[in-house]
Design a protein around this ligand. Structure first.
Ligand SMILES: [Zn+2]
Length: 95
């Protein structure tokens, strides 16, 4: 993939990486999987010190018919590492 290497090889941007999300609906128990692309899906914030931080909000809906939306909110540090997460309507499932 020399073409891609030429395009992106010089940059210091973080490697594209996907964060897997796995949650269980509190109402019907369905397991819902999703992914967050930490290189592209995050919104930038600034804390009190002016330091950049990131967050990502996702609403997950299962394929069954309970219509529950599971709200997931993820917080990342300046290096786009996951530092905190909240969920409502379900719970995180650890791999
Ligand atoms: Zn459900």
């Amino acid at each position: 993939m020399n073409f891609l290497k030429n395009l992106f090889g010089q940059k210091t941007a973080p490697a594209r990486s996907l964060l897997a999300l796995k949650v269980r609906c509190r109402r019907c128990g369905e397991i819902i999987e999703s992914r967050v692309d930490v290189a592209n899906d995050l919104s930038e914030d600034y804390d009190e010190a002016g330091q950049a931080t990131y967050h990502c909000r996702k609403g997950l809906v299962g394929r069954q018919h309970c219509y529950q939306t599971i709200e997931v909110e993820l917080q990342f540090d300046a290096n786009r590492r996951l530092i905190d997460r909240q969920i409502s309507g379900g719970e995180f499932v650890e791999e």
